[in-house]
Structure formats: structure tokens, C-alpha cells
Design a protein around this ligand. Structure first.
Ligand code: SAM
Length: 253
């Protein structure tokens, strides 16, 4: 989140108030994080150079408990695995994860291909990922979806997991054009993104039809619910997640 002149006044006070009222438990942490920026508490996200990045303290301040987080990862990987199996996306040469964050999914995706590249604009998240997964020898690269530092047609599988929903309308066209460019003509693009409200001050939901249009000539071959843990709705603002798993196939696939 960008802040006002003193660094203490939020740029979007109404959005902040709305989220604060929804999750009042976050307010003291938020204020403490602003006053002590080096603390692990604070706003869960910030906008820097037009990119929404997430704070480690933001994850910690999530309404979800650690057991729920752990279960969430298991459910998400299991749902992603089922989809990749159905797409017959295994034993791949090259895969790319755009917006890998702290590398939560990277070691799992890396098992699907000979060479996995995990990319994110957030240098601090990447440093954390490199440290946490150093035994895996994964390739963590700094970059953003709108200008991917990758050759054309390079990857059999490209994955975005809750990433495009954080790319503003002004740059989403550039991002989706880059995803198309780096995907091999018979490869798969798998996205887990918010496709319906609620919008947030850092989330731009886009309909399935809009993603389909943005990603043409890739063809949409599968739509599934985002896999979540059974207790998801206890902590989150909506009863059902508003993200979907979307699988696209390259024009020669
Ligand atoms: C909600 S996090 C998801 C991280 C990871 N995919 C996961 O599921 O754990 C969104 C990530 O997208 C990254 N991001 C935001 N804007 C981006 C952009 N324009 N290009 C690439 N990544 C971006 C952020 O830095 C952040 O790491």
C-alpha cells in the first residue's frame, strides 16, 4: 500500500477502513507495523512501482491460523496436481511460475519438470524463498509478468497462482501478452485467479470470459473451483472462494 506524506496516512483510507471493519483484529497490528516498519506485523500488502507485493507479516496477520494455512497448501497442491494429471502435464522440460512470492508452491511445481523457473518482482520474497528452499536448487528470478525475462515459446507449463488478480487493469494486457509469448505452442497455462467480486483495493477480479479474451489464441480447456481447506469459510469473508482454476492450451496443443 502506498502511504501519504507522513508515511502514516494511507492512500486509500476508505478501503483500509472497510477491511479493518471486516477484520478488526488486524487494526492494532497494522498501526504497530506502520510505527515500527522493521516489525513483522503491519499492512499485509504494499504497492511499489505499480506492483502489489505481500508482507511476511501480512501472512502472519491473516485471519487464518497456522493449521489452516498448512491445510490450505495441501489442498491447493492436491487440486493443482489433479488438474495437471488430467492435462497430462508431467515429465515436462521447462516450467515457469509467475508471481511465486515466498516460493510456497515452487518445490512442488519443480518436481513436474526438468527446469523450473520461479519469478517474482519482490526481491525480499525471493531472498526468503532462496533461503528456505536452498536444497532444491530452484531458480528464483526477479521480474514481473509484464516484461518476462524469458525467450519466446520457452515453457511447456506456465502457472500463475493468485497473481494476475493483483495486476491492475492498465497493465494486465501486457502481462497476458507476455504469458502467451513465453508458452510453447503445445504447452499449458494454469491460472488460479479471482473471477468474480469481491474486488478489493489491491485485487482486480476479471471474469472467465475476460481471461479467455485476454489470452486468445490460447484455448480455455478447463475451469475448476479453487481448492481450499474445509474450514476456509470460517476465516474468510465469503462462503465460497471467488477464485477459479483456469487451464489454457497453446494453439498447437
Ligand atoms: C498473493 S501472492 C501469491 C504468491 C504465490 N503464487 C503463492 O500462491 O503463494 C501474489 C504474488 O504476485 C506477485 N506479483 C504482483 N504483481 C506482479 C506482477 N506484475 N508480475 C509478477 N508477479 C507479481 C507478488 O509479488 C506476490 O508474490
Amino acid at each position: 500500500m502506498s502511504a501519504g506524506p507522513l508515511g502514516l496516512v494511507p492512500a486509500d483510507p476508505l478501503g483500509l477502513l472497510r477491511r479493518g471493519l471486516h477484520r478488526p483484529g488486524k487494526i492494532p497490528r497494522y498501526l504497530f507495523g506502520l510505527l515500527v516498519p522493521s516489525s513483522r506485523w503491519g499492512p499485509e500488502w504494499r504497492r511499489r512501482d505499480g506492483v502489489v507485493t505481500f508482507e511476511p507479516g501480512g501472512y502472519a496477520a491473516s485471519p487464518r491460523t497456522r493449521p489452516e494455512f498448512a491445510a490450505n497448501l495441501a489442498h491447493e497442491v492436491s487440486g493443482l496436481w489433479a488438474l495437471l494429471d488430467d492435462l497430462e502435464a508431467h515429465d515436462l522440460d521447462r516450467s515457469l511460475e509467475v508471481g511465486c512470492g515466498y516460493g510456497r508452491l515452487s518445490p512442488w511445481l519443480a518436481t513436474r519438470s526438468d527446469w523450473h523457473v520461479a519469478l517474482d518482482p519482490d526481491g525480499r520474497a525471493l531472498a526468503n524463498a532462496t533461503e528456505q528452499y536452498r536444497e532444491w536448487e530452484l531458480e528464483f528470478v526477479r521480474g514481473r509478468a509484464e516484461t518476462l525475462p524469458c525467450p519466446d515459446d520457452a515453457f511447456d507449463l506456465v502457472v500463475t497462482w493468485t497473481v494476475l488478480q493483483h495486476v491492475p487493469d492498465g497493465t494486465i494486457g501486457a502481462a497476458t501478452s507476455e504469458l502467451r509469448r513465453v508458452l510453447s505452442p503445445d504447452g499449458h497455462l494454469v491460472c488460479c485467479e479471482r473471477v468474480e467480486p469481491p474486488a478489493d483495493d489491491h485485487i482486480w477480479p476479471r471474469s472467465i470470459e475476460e481471461y479467455d479474451r485476454l489470452l486468445a489464441p490460447l484455448s480455455l480447456v478447463e475451469v475448476r473451483d479453487r481448492p481450499v481447506e474445509p474450514t476456509w469459510s470460517d476465516a474468510m469473508p465469503t462462503d465460497e472462494p471467488s477464485e477459479r482454476l483456469l487451464a489454457f492450451r497453446g494453439p498447437d496443443g
